[in-house]
Design a protein around this ligand. Structure first.
Ligand code: GDP
Ligand code: IMO
Ligand code: MG
Length: 428
């Protein structure tokens, strides 16, 4: 079974990093194929915590080659900063990283344009991470004023593109926001050319590399970023990210055909969180939500923003599990729910008097959805040291079984703490 994938089933931050880290042990290649440094994946082992953003989580393990595939948008300065941060902590890993020469490059104008657009959206702001993700993807799809890693590492091509693009972008920026900063092309060229010198040895045709690796029966792990509900085509548009963050992005983003992925694992929290704007039917904008936020340390890995918290939404998660085609699910952060007398699971929506178990396509309808909640008995015990499902309190087992039945996929892992060791593995 060479190719496995890990996909978020909610609005991101489901603990994908932890599950990818667990599975990395038995894989030789770990691939990021969409998103960019908007992601924040946390891994904890041997008493240390690591936060990966643009780099694949597999980078921490020396037996692994890490790949940034064509579908990722790469900020070269952020990439090097992250590598340098790891090197400073004793993890020298640039030599085991490959970056696709097809991947698109995030440039300073992308961040400036995003800031101006978010400001112009006012109350309807998406609440993006301000990393220039959406504006870079837009230029890629628009096919003008786009720069790829292959251009970045070719000095002449890069300089010519920056000289052409900067005046064009500055005119747009000035029109969007009269107070916008004035870009200096010489400074951009100098900064990015220095980064390019370091990235050149990592730039490669990762598509051929991955296809060859599959022929050689190498074990490949695909690491999803964001979550299925943030998918630009299938998520809660327009409050989404700009890539295919559900399972369907693996093939377009990596160049590896769908039929090669033989094992897909969906990851969901035992409750729901969301960062930024957009509808969230089971949100708890009250002291219960605050209790979950504190217990789960629900503050953004990338931006530090408090995450919005709510009950587990089985309607949205079932939808994600189906569109992403997962074989099994992980229920993460179950320990955070210890201590509640009773818990609730959203099992349907009431939209203007109509009960449905489908996720509406219009975000106005999702915003009108009232959660239909099932009450479930809670448990009091600390479960953070439990490594066998049968040793969990009866009510915690029941909670997982209800989620399993509502989603329609078997539970493969239950995570009861951030550390690698705090994981229950089920036999499927
Ligand atoms: P990702 O973006 O999906 O990789 O998730 P994040 O790393 O952004 O957020 C998940 C957070 O939960 C991180 O701080 C993890 O260390 C932490 N975490 C992961 N699994 C568990 C768990 O089972 N219990 C608790 N309490 N924390 C967990
Ligand atoms: P990981 O991989 C949670 C959210 C932002 C915003 C929307 C669009 O750690 O799960 P963007 O900057 O991508 O244009 O922002 O998507 N978002 C995430 N939320 N986890 C993430 O990544 C996210 N990446 C983007 O908060 O609402
Ligand atoms: Mg995260």
């Amino acid at each position: 079974m060479p190719a496995t994938s890990v996909i978020g089933l909610q609005w991101g931050d489901e603990a994908k990093g932890k599950i990818v880290d667990l599975l990395t042990e038995s894989h030789q290649i770990v691939v990021r194929y969409q998103g960019g440094n908007n992601a924040g994946h946390t891994v904890k082992f041997d008493g240390r915590t690591y936060k990966l953003s643009l780099l694949p989580t597999g980078i921490l393990q020396s037996h692994v080659t890490s790949v940034i595939a064509p579908g990722v948008v790469v900020n070269p300065l952020a990439l090097l900063k992250e590598l340098d941060g790891l090197a400073a902590g004793g993890h020298e890993c640039a030599h085991r990283l490959m970056v696709s020469d097809r991947a698109h490059v995030i440039c300073p104008w992308h961040m400036l344009e995003e800031a101006a657009l978010e400001k112009a959206r006012g109350a309807a702001a998406i609440g993006t991470t301000m990393r220039g993700i959406g504006t870079c993807y837009r230029d890629k799809v628009g096919r003008s004023h786009a720069i790829r890693i292959g251009d970045l590492v070719n000095t002449d091509a890069f300089v010519a593109k920056v000289r052409e693009i900067v005046p064009f972008k500055q005119r747009i920026l000035n029109a969007l926001d009269p107070d916008v900063a004035q870009m200096n092309p010489d400074q951009i060229i100098a900064e990015y050319a220095a980064a390019a010198d370091r990235i050149r040895p990592m730039a490669a045709d990762t598509t051929s590399y991955l296809l060859d690796a599959l022929e050689q029966q190498k074990w490949i792990l695909f690491e999803g970023a964001q979550g299925s509900l943030l998918d630009v085509d299938h998520g809660t548009f327009p409050y989404v990210t700009s890539s295919n963050s559900s399972g369907c992005g693996i093939h377009s983003g990596s160049g590896v055909p769908e039929r090669e992925i033989v094992r897909m694992i969906g990851v969901a929290k035992a409750y729901t969180t969301r960062v930024g704007g957009g509808p969230f039917p089971s949100e708890l904008d009250n002291e219960i939500g605050q209790r979950i936020r504190i217990a789960g340390n629900e503050f953004g890995t990338v931006t530090g923003r408090p995450r919005r918290c709510g009950w587990f939404d089985a309607v949205a998660t079932r939808y994600s599990a189906r569109i992403s085609g997962v074989d099994s699910v992980t229920i993460a952060l179950l320990d955070v729910l210890s201590g509640f007398d009773e818990l609730f699971i959203c099992e349907a929506y009431n939209i203007n008097g109509k009960i449905t178990q489908s996720l509406p396509s219009r975000c106005e309808d999702l915003a009108a959805a009232k959660p239909v909640l099932r009450k479930v008995q809670g448990w009091k015990e600390d479960i953070t040291g439990i490594t066998e499902f049968s040793l969990l309190p009866e009510n915690a087992q029941q909670y997982c079984r209800i989620i399993e039945a509502l989603i329609g996929k078997p539970v493969e892992f239950v995570s009861v703490g951030p550390d690698r060791s705090q994981t229950i593995r089920m036999t499927l």
